[in-house]
Design a protein around this ligand. Structure first.
Ligand SMILES: NC(=O)c1ccc[n+]([C@@H]2O[C@H](COP(=O)([O-])OP(=O)(O)OC[C@H]3O[C@@H](n4cnc5c(N)ncnc54)[C@H](OP(=O)(O)O)[C@@H]3O)[C@@H](O)[C@H]2O)c1
Length: 286
């Protein structure tokens, strides 16, 4: 049976890129009603800004907002995570057993349990920024207290961000390197492809549109047909044609290993971002 979410209260701690984006998506997708969604921030000016600019029910009154919330999202940077967990503990906000959903990069379920106790119902999630327009993918893993119904609730909530997967927590750093950092790699690819068109005389705007739509179309074709990328590539490569000529050029530039190593490097760095191990770190994004 589908989990009814509209009647549930949801709190989001952190009104930054992801917290605001998630809040808006949950409301715009009619998954959570706007009256039942609260965004908790730490400055009154920030609350006023989110109310005015994003029509979000933003507040600095953490205690009141957390009380009775069925799901609490933690959307702060790794260096702020421990303080937020301490506040949750101090407020006794888990007394009624809400689902605690953390999107904090590097914050393991075990580290959150160390702050909040073994009995907490914890979800560790890795979303990505295309989720802000509903075209993302979120991967979740769960602490052993999370029930099947709570897993359904998690899936329903992240449907606001797009596609959804559940995987073992061991993979989370790799997922951060691939799908959370990945949009940045894609933007660089789009810009580079467009540069090629601009070099040949296309207006920048046209070149960007062609490049972006080509990436989007390629990705959709792969997902919708289920065909292997090598097979799809062969459809485009006429013997002795321009595409195979260009592909050999790209292979000379080691395009595959550069991209694969990029993911590996992002995953390696993600694995060193555990909040409790780098308390003084200033800026940490996937
Ligand atoms: N952006 C991505 O692509 C992406 C993807 C997947 C996961 N993530 C992860 O998601 C988390 C949030 O990322 P983001 O891009 O949204 O960061 P962000 O834009 O920097 O937002 C973080 C927000 O948390 C607020 N905050 C910090 N401590 C707080 C507290 N005690 N109470 C209430 N609010 C507090 C900050 O408020 P102030 O303005 O007062 O400092 C800030 O507005 C990070 O752990 C990030 O690694 C990000």
């Amino acid at each position: 049976m589908a989990v009814k979410v509209q009647n549930l209260s949801v709190a989001i701690i952190g009104g930054g890129v992801m917290g605001v984006g998630l809040g808006r998506r949950l409301i715009d997708s009619k998954i959570v009603s706007s009256q039942r969604l609260k965004v908790i921030v730490r400055r009154p000016q920030q609350a006023a800004k989110l109310r005015q600019q994003w029509q979000l029910n933003a507040t600095v009154d953490r205690h009141k907002a957390l009380k009775n919330s069925a799901a609490i999202f933690v959307c702060v940077k790794p260096q702020d995570c421990n303080q937020v967990l301490e506040q949750i503990k101090k407020d006794q906000a888990l007394k009624h057993n809400p689902l605690l959903i953390s999107i904090v990069t590097g914050a393991s379920i075990a580290s959150i349990q160390r702050s909040l106790g073994e009995r907490a119902h914890i979800v560790r999630a890795v979303p990505n920024t295309p989720g802000l327009i509903g075209a993302g993918i979120t991967v979740c893993s769960f602490s052993n207290k999370v029930t099947a119904k709570e897993k359904q609730l998690t899936q329903r909530l992240f449907a606001a961000f797009g596609d959804y997967l559940e995987l073992e927590e061991d993979h989370m750093d790799t997922i951060t390197g691939l799908s959370a950092s990945g949009p940045a790699f894609v933007y660089v690819m789009i810009e580079a492809l467009a540069d090629g068109g601009v070099m040949r005389g296309l207006p920048r705007k046209v070149a960007l549109r062609l490049a972006a739509q080509t990436l989007l179309g390629g990705a959709r074709t792969l997902l919708e047909t289920g065909r292997h990328p090598a097979d799809l590539k062969d459809d485009v490569t006429t013997p002795a044609g321009c595409t195979i000529g260009a592909l050999l050029h790209l292979e000379d530039g080691r395009i595959r290993s550069v991209l694969a190593r990029g993911v590996e490097e992002a995953a390696r760095i993600a694995s060193s971002l555990a909040p409790e191990e780098k308390p003084g770190r200033k800026e940490v994004r996937p």
